[in-house]
Design a protein around this ligand. Structure first.
Ligand SMILES: *Cc1c(COP(=O)(O)O)cnc(C)c1O
Length: 384
């Protein structure tokens, strides 16, 4: 609530000023030179921001608020979650040529890592296979929990143990810092697509990486200023504003998600429900230990193997929006095999449970009965 707002009283404002300057007038050339040097080295500006690709005060406010939520020394904000991913992998590449990645994960992240664009060698593995996948040149271990789209929970502390002294990065987009703070369990880096619940209103693209490791933070800032993958100050303002209501949005959506998951289980069109809050949904016992709740995304499999059934279901909805993304104020549904995970190899999809009958719902803030009325009547149209 108060992160990034410490100076408001002194400024005489109640909302963050939006600084849209692309450049900053030079008051003292020697001071600007020193500030520039500090930022090129991956540090904070010493006074002037010099140029907005190097630093922006509105972006810095949102970063301070997120760092406070994560219990991190610093947060680095990027233009999107994928820009944040790219920066982290590029820093890892400078430290060693190999990264270990647990599947399943977000489709575009899987695609980015599998396609070789960033020049790192990748070993894809399972939560129990991390130790065996480690090499002398491994510089990063990457997990996503809850995983997209199957909502598998990966044990962060166990991942850290298997990784030894190699840093672990957790994509915690689905849990948000309200439900999980991975740095407290030994992760070196935590990443979020802030496009999702952190900004939370479906009107911002943003990505953030937080850490207590000064070397990683400096490396991430250097990649950001060199590649220009900066967050726009207007987007940073909206992200910062979204954080004001984050805990109540997350808890309200989570409460509805629990009820929707339970009701889905007894709908005759549904073969299986994936939700960590259901009995058997957390086989590793992560809830209560590393996560304060199951979150607000639910996945389910239809009984019907008719290839047209998912599209038919989505077309029958009137309240719920058929769209990719999650963590918004409104409820969204999507078909991972067709959309978010279309870019993932079909064999890999099947292997990790991203079957053609699977749909993923991100529960929003509508009344739970309204969500269920829409979903159940659409499900009635695809009864097996
Ligand atoms: C959406 C998403 C991303 C990518 O973020 P963008 O902001 O869309 O670039 C990464 N990880 C997860 C888990 C996501 O849901």
């Amino acid at each position: 609530m108060h992160g990034g707002r410490d100076d408001f009283r002194a400024l005489g404002v109640h909302a963050p000023p939006i600084d849209l300057s692309s450049t900053y007038p030079v008051a003292d050339l020697a001071a600007d030179m020193a500030s520039l040097d500090a930022m090129v080295a991956g540090g904070e500006p010493l006074g002037s921001s010099v140029y907005s690709r190097l630093h922006n005060p509105t972006v810095a406010r949102a970063e301070q608020a997120i760092a406070a939520l994560e219990g991190a020394d610093a947060t680095v904000a990027f233009a999107s979650g994928m820009a944040a991913y790219t920066a982290a992998i590029l820093v890892a590449r400078q430290r060693g040529g190999h990264v270990v990645v647990v599947r399943p994960l977000y489709g575009s992240a899987d695609h980015l890592l599998a396609c070789g664009l960033l020049g790192v060698e990748v070993t894809f593995t399972t939560p129990d296979g991390i130790r065996a996948a480690m090499r002398a040149d491994t510089s990063l271990v990457l997990i996503e929990t809850p995983a997209n789209p199957t909502l598998d929970l990966v044990d962060i502390a166990d991942t850290v143990r298997q990784a030894g002294d190699v840093p672990v990065m957790v994509d915690a987009t689905f849990s948000t810092p309200v439900l999980s703070r991975p740095l407290a369990h030994g992760a070196t880096l935590v990443l979020h697509s802030a496009t999702k619940a952190l900004a939370g209103h479906g009107d911002v693209l943003a990505g953030v990486v937080s850490s207590n490791d000064a070397g990683w933070i400096a490396g991430l800032r250097q990649v950001r200023l060199l590649t220009g993958s900066v967050l726009h100050p207007m987007a940073a303002f909206l992200l910062h504003r979204g954080l004001q209501t984050l805990p109540i949005r997350v808890r309200s959506a989570q409460r509805s998600a629990q009820r929707i998951a339970e009701r889905l289980q007894s709908h005759p069109a549904v073969a299986r429900v994936h939700f960590p809050g259901l009995p058997g949904g957390d086989p590793r016992g992560v809830l209560g230990r590393e996560m304060d709740g199951p979150g607000s995304t639910v996945a389910f499999e239809l009984h019907s193997t008719d290839a047209a059934a998912p599209a038919q279901l989505m077309a029958a909805l009137t309240l719920i929006t058929p769209a990719v993304s999650l963590g918004s104020t409104d409820t969204l549904i999507q078909h991972p095999a067709s959309l978010t995970h279309r870019v993932v190899d079909a064999r890999v999809r099947e292997e990790h449970g991203i079957v053609p009958q699977l749909l993923r719902v991100s529960i929003g803030l509508e009344h739970e009965d309204d969500i269920w009325a829409d979903l159940s009547s659409a499900l009635d149209t695809v009864r097996p």
